[in-house]
Design a protein around this ligand. Structure first.
Ligand code: PLP
Length: 392
């Protein structure tokens, strides 16, 4: 580990194998994985359909560059377009690249079709959009941006959920609004449906573009293909990643025809994005996720998890204050005196992998293929950790 840059405070734990909702450590221990590589392993570990796609494509062709047509890319784009609000897709390798594509598209759109002076984006307190300089500025969170001044210009911030503040911030230079429909890193906060609908109305009223960052909350995590579908409104641009590759690096920026028209050959690009290997796996993820009944099953197990979390809250008010999030993207706000990272450590000791989030929240991100029995087993470990935390 000494040769690695110290960007992570890593646990002294390594895995050698995964199967479904379980990870197996090099020392033989088995862990129930309610972290899913931070919402990445949507179909669990070693899903046979994904493994097959990886091997078959791996034996044929990995990379050709975007100088040529890539049939898997065209197919995945068509399928995403058919399943969403979007008309066009751009493929990248990560969440932040998908976000960056959307932010560039916002500026290019106004430059080409509207008013080039419009470049500012309204974003929200508690948000997270990735680690590039632009994404740090978009989130405006000291925790991630400290030491990297000066910030990239062009972002204004409002309280998450406050439509009056959004209206007050709009000026002649405002180009767009960027929001995570469910904030992940910031503390698993789901925006009110009325707030999302209000943002769409405000955007229409002022000629702004609406961009959703669904890098974490998209791809079935909330029980819909994309979280914003619960609000019944469409964005102009959407960035997603994580679950769409099922563990393989893959990011996507989706946009409506009108907005995507601002990109012409040369406007934007990537060497690796949309390579045949990533596309084969992305298509395999969609085979499973869009299968009849898959999301209905996610909603069923999510309802079970919800009931079990309510029980946990009733039993351990000294450990947990409230529940947050939606679907299989859940958070438990820890009670005062209880620290989320201590709970993550305790749970890992018991055999359950979880993640901390901002605002002293314990994050639960099981794979979408999790069963009720696995949820019950996680709840038993959460109860054991909560009992200890309360007693401490
Ligand atoms: N946007 C959101 C909402 C995220 O949760 C993340 C990562 O956690 C990102 C963007 C950045 O994604 P990546 O780490 O793949 O660049």
């Amino acid at each position: 580990m000494n040769a690695l840059m110290q960007t992570y405070g890593r646990y002294d734990l390594a895995f050698e194998r995964g199967e479904g909702a379980y990870l197996f450590a090099t020392d033989g221990r088995r862990f129930l994985d309610f972290a899913s590589g931070i919402a990445v392993n949507a179909l669990g570990h070693s899903h046979p359909h994904l493994v097959k796609a990886l091997i078959e494509q791996g034996q044929k062709l990995w990379h050709t560059s975007n100088l040529y047509r890539i049939p898997g890319q065209e197919r995945l784009a068509e399928r995403l377009v058919a399943a969403t609000f979007a008309d066009k897709a751009f493929f990248a390798n990560s969440g932040v690249e998908a976000v960056e594509c959307g932010l560039k598209l916002i500026r290019k759109y106004h430059d080409d079709f509207g008013d080039p002076n419009r470049y500012r984006v309204i974003a929200f307190e508690g948000s997270f959009h990735g680690r590039t300089m632009t994404a740090l500025a978009a989130a405006g969170n000291e925790k991630y941006s400290k030491g990297y001044a000066p910030a990239v210009d062009g972002f204004d911030h409002c309280a998450f959920g406050n439509l009056n503040e959004v209206r007050a911030k709009i000026g002649p230079e405002t180009a767009a609004i960027l929001i995570e429909p469910v904030q992940g890193e910031g503390g698993m906060r789901a925006a009110q449906i009325e707030f999302i609908q209000g943002l769409r109305k405000v955007c229409d009223e002022f000629g702004l573009l609406l961009m959703f960052d669904e890098v974490q909350c998209g791809v079935g995590r909330t029980g819909k293909f994309f979280a914003h579908e619960w609000a019944g409104v469409a964005p102009d641009i959407l960035a997603t990643a994580k679950g769409i590759g099922g563990g393989f690096p893959l990011g996507v920026c989706l946009a409506s025809e009108r907005v995507a028209a601002a990109f012409q050959p040369g406007s934007h690009g990537t060497t690796f994005g949309g390579n045949p290997l990533a596309m084969a796996i992305g298509n395999a993820v969609l085979d499973v996720l869009l299968e009849d009944g898959f999301l209905a099953r996610v909603n069923k197990v999510a309802a079970h998890l919800d009931r079990r979390l309510d029980e946990l809250l009733r039993r351990f008010p000294g450990a947990f204050e409230s529940k947050r999030g939606m679907g299989l993207m859940r958070g438990l706000k820890c009670a005062s005196g209880v620290t989320n990272t201590d709970l993550v450590d305790k749970l890992r000791g018991l055999g359950l992998l979880t993640v901390s989030a901002g605002d002293n929240v314990l994050r639960l991100l099981p794979p979408l293929i999790v069963t009720n029995a696995e949820v019950d087993s996680a709840i038993d470990m959460l109860a054991a950790a909560a009992a200890e935390a309360k007693a401490a």
